[in-house]
Design a protein around this ligand. Sequence first.
Ligand code: ADP
Ligand code: MG
Length: 373
Amino acid sequence: MNAMPADTFTTVRSEDALVRFSQVKKSYDGIHYVVKDLNLDVAKGEFLTMLGPSGSGKTTTLMMLGGFERPTLGQILLNGNPVERLPPERRNIGFVFQNYALFPHMTVAENVAFPLRYRGIRGAAAGAKVARALGRVGLEAMGDRRPAQLSGGQQQRVALARALVFEPSLVLMDEPLGALDKQLRERMQIEIKHLQTSLGITMVYVTHDQSEALTMSDRIAVFHDGRIQQLADPKTLYNAPENRFVAGFIGENNTMPCTFVGREAGLAVVRMADGATLRAADTLLSGGKAELSLSVRPENIGLASGQPNGPGNLFSGQVTDMFFLGDHMRLSVAAFGGQTVTARIPVGQVRGIAVGGTVHLACSPADCRLLED
Ligand code: ADP
Ligand code: MG
């Protein structure tokens, strides 16, 4: 699978970059690179998320930026200065670790004060900073408690206060909400996002949860196998994935093999495995490859009878599964000679459709994207 070429820096102007990874590679065993050729700028004030499955190199990248791991090759710049030789406490970076390990024998206030000790800040000055940090996360009254006396969400806020207490310009968070239940996680996403905007800090955030990334980020770097697959704002990533990995990882996509046939009226014409012809937007094609994938989201496939704007692409198949999901039905349809196509159909439209029956579906060429990789 291709990734971004090595010389693709991001859209950030270099004077606006707080962080720059330049040709960074990391190997733990001297044989395999787990971060392969990372070129990435993070702009001042930006919320940048590294999103990817487990093992894709996100934590390693964050640890290198925080100073807990060294790049095997390449350079990391902070405000234009190389930082490889700076220890973590001299980088002025706040860090919330994956398992935000609070010290159980210390009070909340002592936990939050911990990073100040490393920086030689004690006494009244430290007390004032701790109070301010606890106030920011809504825990001003909890300073004397021990972590075990707090809920999971409150413990998470203590970890946040500890990362903010020395007023860093950059904060790194590694899956900070992983231990929380869904509702609390969604509330904390919004709280963290508000804190980041109101304090004007730059955030580099790691998650494997695509909806979390879409909610919080200015830009998302999608990681897979030690490489950035695509770097874009959430809307672009969702609407215009550039390869099959991103198409499959962000939201849901039907991705089906097809062969390029030609162009017609500004659209690409492709032939599916069973010989059916479909039309698709061809914005991405470099033109070299004939064997492609056609990608279309389940919400963009409807019943043929219900298409108001003319037929677009029409195809038929046999319903293999049908699930009720409250606001829609989810249909699995065997089409194009055995390919499973998933469609989301409004509940009110599914009358007369049953497992084993034939269904006629439609999708607009504008919603069909062709992928080369
Ligand atoms: P992610 O955070 O995306 O799950 P990681 O950066 O933790 O990915 O891991 C990337 C790869 O590096 C994985 O294959 C992992 O097993 C390996 N790895 C991570 N940390 C270490 C380490 N300290 N020593 C050896 N291998 C490691
Ligand atoms: Mg990780």
